[in-house]
Design a protein around this ligand. Structure first.
Ligand code: ZN
Length: 199
């Protein structure tokens, strides 16, 4: 069965080692979990498939979505489009092995975070400072953001310096982490505290 192997960074025809179908009437259509072995690198992969209506009288199993290791395309819905779209593009650049562009898009993700919070300074350096002063990011996230900003400048301007694969991956992870903290975990924490207040 076709599944994307994150180790090989390619779609592979995984060897099925086992599968399990279940259907709980209250939880939607039948679901199938499939354990596969990558034929190239032998790593274990877990995929999931939904029983889908594809025509008036036809239903079939959907293409496999990788459940483990978690698919990279999983981006929390709480991240607003202005940051999310750049983050998705940054990942696409990383996959396409264009690391300078990846870091430029990761930097653009942070600009999206700034714009979402209506920072006054249009430059990223000033925007990040405002986010820190406003308590939206803490010292550590600010430091990550600053590194990302500096490397974004290397990627964006013609120079001899190149961004390595390792650096691109780390900087992409920083952009992702900043979005997760600002849009996902902060909101989660606020909801948690609201529940405590009403207790
Ligand atoms: Zn593989």
């Amino acid at each position: 069965m076709i599944i994307e192997c994150p180790y090989c960074e390619a779609k592979v025809d995984g060897e099925v080692k086992g599968e399990h179908e279940y259907c709980h009437p209250e939880e939607g259509p039948p679901f199938k979990a499939v354990l596969l072995k990558c034929p190239v690198c032998s790593n274990a992969l877990l995929g999931g498939s939904d029983w889908e209506q594809t025509g008036p009288d036809i239903a079939e199993w959907s293409e496999l979505t990788r459940l483990w290791p978690q698919q990279e395309s999983h981006i929390a819905w709480e991240i607003p489009a202005i940051a999310r779209n750049s983050l998705i593009e940054a990942r696409m650049c990383y996959k396409a092995k264009v690391y300078n562009s990846c870091v430029v898009m990761a930097g653009r993700t942070l600009e999206g975070v700034c714009q979402h919070h209506s920072t006054k300074d249009w430059r990223l350096a000033g925007g990040l400072k405002e986010l820190k002063e406003g308590g939206i990011i803490d010292d550590r996230l600010y430091e990550w953001g600053e590194e990302l900003r500096k490397h974004r400048n290397i990627g964006a301007h013609a120079s001899e310096d190149v961004i390595t694969k390792e650096d691109a991956k780390d900087l992409l992870d920083f952009a992702q982490a900043i979005c997760d903290y600002v849009f996902v975990l902060n909101a989660k924490f606020n909801r948690f505290m609201e529940r405590k207040d009403t207790d």
